[in-house]
Design a protein around this ligand. Structure first.
Ligand code: XMP
Length: 472
């Protein structure tokens, strides 16, 4: 048997090209995530339960990327997370939250936390508008039993707008009346929507964000191929998710192929990302099943032990190089998932043929990841874990296994707390733009066209890192 050599990021470097770029600002890093979704930022956080829920997804969409809500939770929870993102930047909120006038201040406070929302329309039956209450109305109220009806702005004093009002008119009403919320009502004063000044400002000032046709932030969600996956897909599509990821550890399987086919048959207009695979044949089979993007990576992840537990995997650079020609042939984008430790790795992944990269470890420990910030020996940290780790397997909603029956293919890790996720994006996009100037590339296609890799030795790798000094 001929055994081929396979390489990963640290095995290679890109050779500098004569550059005609005068500034890194001349580079365009926008990319195709999937057949129908374009992003201004070509990296996204992993769909892991210690990385991506709504908080991360919202920040990523503002930064031109997208978050894929993980699937390791029950369907209702995942749908709620998707809805939180879709509601965040919504010029017209179709179904605003309401609260009863009989609710107490204590209940209102609970609702504010539950929905991460500072104002509520007041209605006894959820339909007829009786007033509005915002966090400002409760600033000086001390008695937790005070009723919403005693604190709200009442119906008579409300500024409202009719159904179908255009945004320019809404902006004028908001600014003329110096109000921040504009309930939309029909002739019978029934609630038909809500426009908020914050959403308008965000929407108009942020052309860089990832948005759908209605101006709402983009969000994705992962599904599996197990018993309830079509029920999950239906609920997510009803919540208006923008893209689905069929997230299977060994994506080159009849289960994944079947799942992609069934989802595309039922919901042809929703983009479906298939994965993970590490071979050209794997990618081609998923594309033929209907995948709108391919996620590549078997075992390169920072918390993965698949290669150690099973002996299977393909070093990530070779996996990308082998799969890129198939993806390009079918015009299906490639997402390089896992194994990225520094910005240069992302540049190499894109240069090798990826259209975007997914990172778990590099986002873990950031403020927007789920889970608390913990303290140990004076250091702040957060927990990150592989989705096939022991604790992840045991904490699944319907976990049937017991501790001694799980064969982990991932580990749990303590990662230093590292502040906002936008710092990660800034660092990586800065590295990418610099890298593109070394490649004389104005966009990612040119980076791929101009890329020349050299294979390096261990001595070359040592030389690449800072050496022979005490790093401060
Ligand atoms: P990084 O290196 O960015 O990789 O942390 C993130 C990717 O790792 C994959 N993943 C796993 N792979 N066992 C595995 O073999 C696991 O438990 C596991 N959990 C996540 C996943 O593709 C993720 O995006």
């Amino acid at each position: 048997m001929e055994i081929k050599t396979a390489l990963t990021y640290d095995d290679v470097l890109l050779v500098p090209q004569k550059s005609e770029l005068k500034s890194r600002k001349e580079t365009d890093v926008s990319t195709q995530l999937s057949k129908n979704i374009r992003l201004n930022t070509p990296l996204l956080p992993a769909n892991m339960d210690t990385v991506t829920e709504s908080q991360m997804a919202i920040v990523m969409a503002y930064l031109g990327s997208i978050g894929i809500i993980h699937r390791f939770c029950d369907i209702d929870y995942q749908v709620r997370e998707v809805k939180k993102v879709k509601r965040k930047q919504n010029v017209v909120i179709d179904e605003p939250f309401t609260i009863s006038p009989q609710s107490t201040l204590k209940e209102l406070r609970e609702k504010i936390i539950e929905h991460n929302c500072q104002s509520f329309l007041v209605s006894s039956d959820g339909q007829n508008l009786e007033g509005i209450i915002t966090s400002r109305d409760i600033d000086f109220v001390k008695d937790e039993n005070t009723k919403v009806s005693e604190m709200m702005t009442t119906k008579e004093k409300l500024i409202t707008a009719p159904v179908g009002i255009d945004i320019e008119k809404a902006k004028k009403i908001l600014s003329d009346n110096k109000v921040e919320k504009l309930p939309i009502v029909d002739g019978a004063f029934r609630i038909k929507g809500l426009i908020t000044a914050t959403d308008i400002i965000r929407n108009y000032n942020n052309g860089h964000a990832s948005k759908d046709a209605k101006g709402r932030l983009l969000v994705g969600a992962a599904v599996g191929a197990g018993d309830d996956y079509m029920e999950r897909v239906k609920a997510l599509v009803e919540a208006e998710v923008d893209v689905l990821v069929v997230d299977i550890a060994h994506g080159h399987s009849v289960n994944a192929i079947q799942a992609i086919k069934k989802i595309k048959e039922a919901y042809p207009s929703v983009d479906v990302i298939g994965g993970n695979v590490a071979t050209a044949q794997g990618a081609e089979d998923l594309i033929k099943a209907g995948a709108d993007a391919i996620k590549v990576g078997i075992g390169p992840g920072s918390i993965c032990t698949t290669r150690i537990t099973t002996g299977f995997g393909v070093p990530q650079l070779t996996a990308i190089l082998n799969i890129a020609p198939v993806c390009h042939k079918y015009k299906i984008p490639l997402i390089a998932d896992g194994g990225i430790k520094q910005p240069g790795d992302m540049v190499k992944a894109l240069a090798a043929g990826a259209d975007s990269v997914m990172m778990g470890g590099q986002f873990s420990g950031t403020e927007e990841t789920p889970g608390p910030v913990l303290s140990y020996k004076g250091q702040q940290y957060k927990i990150s874990r592989g989705m096939a780790s022991l604790t992840a397997a045991l904490s699944r909603p319907n976990a049937k296994e017991k501790m001694d029956q799980v064969t982990p293919e991932g580990v749990e890790a303590r990662v230093p707390f590292r502040g906002p996720a936008k710092n990660v994006i800034n660092l990586y996009i800065g590295g990418l733009r610099s890298g593109m100037s070394y490649a004389n590339a104005r966009n990612i296609q040119e980076l791929q066209k101009n890329a020349t890799f050299v294979r390096i030795t261990n001595a070359g790798l040592t030389e690449s890192h800072s050496h022979d000094n005490q790093v401060l």
